[in-house]
Design a protein. Structure first.
Length: 418
């Protein structure tokens, strides 16, 4: 789980330093920085997947070993802080705990130049430093990273070199990192640093396993693959096939149906799928003995059903991002969505980062939630986004006891608070 993240000079995030929990909620007006924070997490996902800096920022077409990777909005051209000249460097530092050993912490940091697509600094620590990489130039036009590996020998780290267009992390973790010793002889780093690579692999497993959940009703209305799936796509691809897979476990089906019934308590009697010409499934709800296919269900019902299904996937991500959780869902049902995220994230050991414009959801927060509910504000003069936990805002805890948080948000008190 990611416990802390520091982002510098990325889009509107000039300097952000946040401590995260199991469920994290980002609130704020349009263009306040919420989506930019999610895109910083996407950069980490790209690093975990082993892409180059250019691929992470600008996208990567479908290949033999990967699906289409969508770059960040604006690509490398608009990756740097909006107030800069666009040629500076971006730094991301992440702290976390290993799920299988929560006592053991790790730290990963990377600095890169988006325009030329080059890493200038990178480091991984799991307790002690495993490797530290910095940019060097052996000859003009051939920039490389000098990688110092500390795991095998703390006093005399092994030094090798690597191209600086791709982060070191995933290569080292996958035992695919090849370097050259001082005599210019090539060797496989992995064979010498098996334990260090194993620790790196665990960090990579977290970063690479970030799922964006942004279900689109037109996608949810479609027939899915006839083959079982363990995870649906970012926009709800193969949603019905996932539901069909969930139903293979009677306990999971009952739990999923329970959540849907709370959305429409007096109507839903069952949930299932309809079969197409060659067995491809379409999502369906049964109400009062009648079957209603996805094509006639409301956008809000479909979106809630898809988000709920994401928390019952057989292949759960380590971290899940959900943008605008209130989209299409009635304000009276936002409490249900918040309870779903809280309970299932803890049960499935998944970390959740969600954004919202809704003031109503603030009234369903508990005091403990204020530590991981973040207000995003944009400085109109500099364009810089400021992000602060509600618990860290002066007097917020005292004021919210006298007036609902939704009113404080709607009236602009939160925006004007120091």
């Amino acid at each position: 789980m990611i416990t802390r993240i520091v982002i510098e000079n990325f889009k509107s995030l000039r300097k952000v330093d946040l401590s995260l929990g199991r469920v994290n909620l980002f609130i704020g007006a349009n263009a306040s920085g919420k989506s930019n924070f999610l895109e910083a997490l996407r950069v980490l996902e790209g690093i975990g997947r082993g892409f180059t800096v250019n691929e992470i920022l600008n996208g990567k077409p479908r290949g033999a070993t990967n699906e289409v990777w969508e770059g960040i909005r604006g690509g490398s051209t608009h990756a740097c802080f909006a107030g800069s000249d666009g040629t500076g460097s971006i730094t991301v530092k992440v702290h976390g705990r290993l799920e299988e050993n929560p006592v053991r912490s790790w730290k990963f940091s990377i600095t890169f130049l988006p325009a030329p697509g080059r890493v200038t600094r990178e480091r991984l620590q799991v307790g002690e430093v495993i490797y530290d990489a910095g940019q060097v130039t052996k000859s003009p036009g051939v920039p490389t990273l000098q990688v110092r590996h500390y795991y095998a020998n703390r006093e005399r780290p092994h030094v090798s070199e690597s191209k600086n267009t791709r982060p070191v992390l995933s290569g080292f973790a996958g035992l695919r990192f090849f370097g050259f010793d001082d005599a210019g002889v090539g060797f496989d780093q992995g064979q010498f640093y098996t334990e260090g690579a194993d620790l790196a692999r665990r960090v990579v497993a977290l970063l690479a396993n970030i799922q964006k959940v942004d279900p689109l009703p037109p996608m949810l209305q479609q027939y899915s693959s006839a083959q079982p799936v363990r995870r649906m796509g970012d926009h709800g691809e193969n949603f019905a096939a996932l539901v069909k897979t969930i139903f293979e476990d009677e306990k999971a089906k009952d739990a999923y149906l329970t959540w849907l019934r709370q959305l429409r308590p007096e109507q839903i009697s069952d949930v299932g799928t309809l079969s197409g010409a060659v067995g491809e499934p379409m999502f369906m709800l049964r109400e009062n003995g009648r079957e209603f296919p996805a094509t006639v269900l409301s956008d809000g019902t479909l979106r809630f059903a898809a988000i709920a299904a994401a928390f019952f996937q057989k292949d759960m991500p380590r971290l899940m991002t959900i943008e605008e959780i209130e989209k299409g869902i009635h304000a009276s049902r936002l409490q249900l969505l918040l309870e779903l995220m809280r309970s299932q994230a803890e049960y499935m050991r998944t970390q959740v980062v969600a954004t919202t414009h809704s003031a109503t959801i603030l009234d369903w927060l508990q005091e403990e939630d204020y530590k991981t509910t973040f207000l995003c504000r944009r400085d109109e003069t500099t364009g810089e986004s400021k992000i602060c936990a509600l618990a860290d805002m002066p007097h917020f805890v005292e004021v919210v006891k006298k007036k609902p948080a939704s009113e404080l948000f709607s009236e602009g008190w939160l925006e004007m608070a120091p």
